[in-house]
Design a protein around this ligand. Structure first.
Ligand code: ASP
Ligand code: MG
Length: 384
């Protein structure tokens, strides 16, 4: 029997009528004879609301308790979706991440999946049931409840697809796939029908929210094709797979969650150890004989982290990055020159620039990111 994994994001289940529409679609897919595993996100902005509640109590809440809190979001949607599917005469059962055998390392709030033991899901599929799994959560090998980082339901979907030998993973959201820039920022961005894993992974790492970067990494490893589609607007999709057709047009991506730490090179090992202990990630770094500059993604307990890092060197907050992602970019320095010129004319001259084989990134003030994305897209990927 062929298994398909369908993941629905928070906007697809934002209210009961939408949830019922998702239930209808799942029941229809099941009726075609496929075994269906549904991975579901928390309804609408639930996760943000739960985090806001926690932050009313403590600026840097204990991460374990954050996980206990935010995992309730997906538990609500999974139970409601199961009810809505069963109401349609289709047998269904919901499971939390831990019940589904999703085993993670022991980091709270940004855990990594280390193993999936999907036997319970397989049993239920064999009974003919639709299986609904709460996205974004798992259980550590110490039996603690963990979460997989924001947008982590995608990762759940791909990890399950791999463990169950699924044909494909369908990721449903409010956009019909991946564009040459975020269509909310660049309304005439181009729809991209297909992308390689490498391109998509660079875009996700650079800040594209449409697919989670860990999910793409898992898909790449297991060769699971990702079909990114709009829940309520059938038609177009973006397929992420290994043999996507070559398309030289750059995509432009922004992120608004960075800070830069400037430390004496002799301080670098201690600063890196501190960053690791704080659970933060270094996005880019340049190290000269005397100074090191690190781009750091602001994490969930940023207030505390900021104070700790500020004591080590000069910390500049409120930054973001704009990135150009294109095949063979490293071999096209002219594109980089055009990007620099476009940013300068948009009044967003980069603080620092970094180059990778498929990506060129510029550090700019957070407030300039959207304008910078538009300027780069106009210059490098003008619409037909
Ligand atoms: N609900 C979680 C979040 O908002 C996970 C997800 O949506 O994938 O980040
Ligand atoms: Mg969500």
């Amino acid at each position: 029997m062929s298994v398909v994994v369908q993941k629905f994001g928070g906007s697809s289940v934002a209210d009961v009528p939408k949830l019922e529409a998702v239930a209808e679609r799942v029941a229809t897919t099941r009726a075609t004879g496929l075994d269906v595993v549904v991975v579901i996100s928390a309804m609408g902005k639930t996760t943000d609301e739960l985090l806001a509640l926690a932050h009313q109590i403590d600026e840097s809440p204990p991460r374990r308790e954050l996980d206990m809190l935010v995992t309730t979001g997906e538990r609500i949607s999974m139970a409601l979706l199961s009810m809505a599917i069963q109401k349609r005469g289709c047998d269904a059962i919901s499971f939390t991440g831990s019940q589904s055998g999703i085993i993670t390392n022991d980091r709270h709030f940004d855990a990594r999946i280390i193993e999936v033991r999907p036997w319970r899901l397989e049993d239920e599929l064999a009974r003919g049931r639709v299986v609904i799994v709460a996205g974004y959560q798992g259980m550590s090998y110490r039996r603690e409840i963990t979460t997989l980082g924001r947008g982590g339901s995608d990762t759940t979907a791909i990890a399950l697809a791999a463990a169950l030998g699924a044909e494909r993973a369908e990721i449903y959201s409010d956009v019909d796939g991946v564009y040459s820039a975020d269509p909310r920022v660049v309304p005439d961005a181009r729809h991209l029908p297909e992308l390689t894993y490498a391109q998509m992974q660079e875009m996700a790492e650079a800040g594209a929210k449409v697919l989670n970067s860990t999910a793409v990494e898992f898909a790449r490893r297991s060769r699971i094709a990702i079909h990114a589609r709009a829940t309520f607007k059938p038609g177009r999709e973006t397929v992420v797979h290994e043999d996507a057709a070559y398309d030289a047009t750059p995509a432009v991506v922004g992120r608004k969650d960075l800070a830069r730490l400037d430390v004496a090179a002799s301080e670098l090992p201690a600063a890196l150890a501190e960053i690791e202990a704080l659970g933060l990630s270094v996005r880019e770094s340049t190290v000269d004989p005397d100074r090191a500059r690190l781009w750091i993604a602001r994490g969930v307990d940023w207030a505390a982290a900021r104070a700790a890092l500020g004591a080590r060197g000069a910390l500049e907050d409120g930054l973001g990055a704009v990135s150009v992602v294109a095949p063979q970019l490293a071999g096209r320095p002219r594109v980089m020159a055009e990007a620099m010129a476009a940013l300068a004319s948009a009044g967003a001259t980069p603080r620092q620039v970094s180059t990778a084989p498929l990506r060129w990134s510029a550090l700019v003030p957070e407030a300039a990111v959207d304008d910078a994305v538009r300027a780069l897209h106009d210059a490098l990927a003008p619409s037909a």
